[in-house]
Design a protein around this ligand. Sequence first.
Ligand SMILES: NCCC[C@H](NC(=O)CCC(=O)O)C(=O)O
Length: 444
Amino acid sequence: MKQFEANFDGLVGPTHNYAGLSFGNVASQSHATQPSNPKAAAKQGLKKAKSLADMGLIQGVLAPQERPDVHTLRRLGFSGTDADVLQKAAKQVPELLQACASASSMWTANAATVSPSADTHDGKIHFTPANLVDKLHRSLEPQTTANILKAIFADSRYFSHHQTLPAHATLGDEGAANHTRLCQAYDQAGVEIFVYGYSVIDKQAPRPQKYPARQTLEASAAIARLHRLDDDNTVFIQQNPAVIDQGVFHNDVIAVGNQNVLFFHEQAFWDSKKKLAELRAKLPGTLHLIEVPSHQVSIQDAVATYLFNTQLVTISQGEMALIAPTDCAENPRVKAYLDELLTMDTPIKQIHYFDVKQSMHNGGGPACLRLRVAMSDVELAAINQQVLLTDTLFDKLNLWVDRHYRDRLVVADLADPQLLMESRTALDELTQLLKLGSIYPFQQ
Ligand SMILES: NCCC[C@H](NC(=O)CCC(=O)O)C(=O)O
């Protein structure tokens, strides 16, 4: 049996826009009200995903969500035809329309937490969709996310799907963005690292002062229980609250891991020494802890360039590549660090830069755009094969984007009933292309 890691990238939806919805996410706040280009955004994402497929990695895609979410607007009391609902919401509470029109499901690192079968007691791959309760626009994603994951990972012999955690701040869960799995080889049990922002129950533990911590220890611990992980193969680490207050709203903005490499900023974790020692004890064998010092890369540079929101992928035995946004190459200090990294004695031997600026302007880098699923060839054969990014699917998706996506969108356009029609037409076609069945409310 062959084991590897597959990446499932979120397709950018037709309503991709900058509404400044994410307090604590510096890029989202600073690009609020700027025009977006959904067509370019979708193509940048597809290009990045296809390049990874061309490197020999297993690459799939996840469908976007139905937006604007008229069903939620109706739940909030706006009535009449769909056009009426959009227009009333835009006039009375535009913030609610914006929350219901975000394409934020593109950041599939927040779709779910995934534990591979090598780690779980029952030998199945476990999925828990994230409840994303900290942000209204994101809290609307879990139901459709669950539908999409079940449509792809349908075979109950291999895949186990859990309900999202209860939608309350005590159990705030942001999915794989705060979860990293290290292992010596993909087919061996590894250590799952859960990074949380604060503990609701432990009042003594430090908390950020300025920006919200989106993930709680209580949520992370619940996921570890649901996924039937052992104490021996889990480590819970608190994120350094000081970096949350500087814009590190998810751990994947400050750390990334793959196999026996953890690449992280020296200020990433609270009680770092002790936690890294625990990690070493739980993962015997060679472990590369690549700690980037503040004097080489400041937190501000890390947040601006997304140096740690890179994908760390295995290219061949013992050789890894870093998939970085072009923003890293444009910052002289970060570029100097990355050039030096290639000369250091670590498995990271290649760096590939991709322009994902449309996503970056909302605070999502290469790593935010993908959900990782470590799996075997047998498990891969059991998934819906239509979502795997082949040359043919890549061409079809690009043409699909050309047919349905706009190249300019401003927040005022979100009330345009035509945009809703375009979006539904596109998604209806996509579900046929990817053989997903009826996953959207408008298809029920
Ligand atoms: N993992 C990256 C997630 C980025 C995402 N941004 C947003 O939702 C911004 C949307 C807007 O502001 O229009 C977030 O903050 O959760």
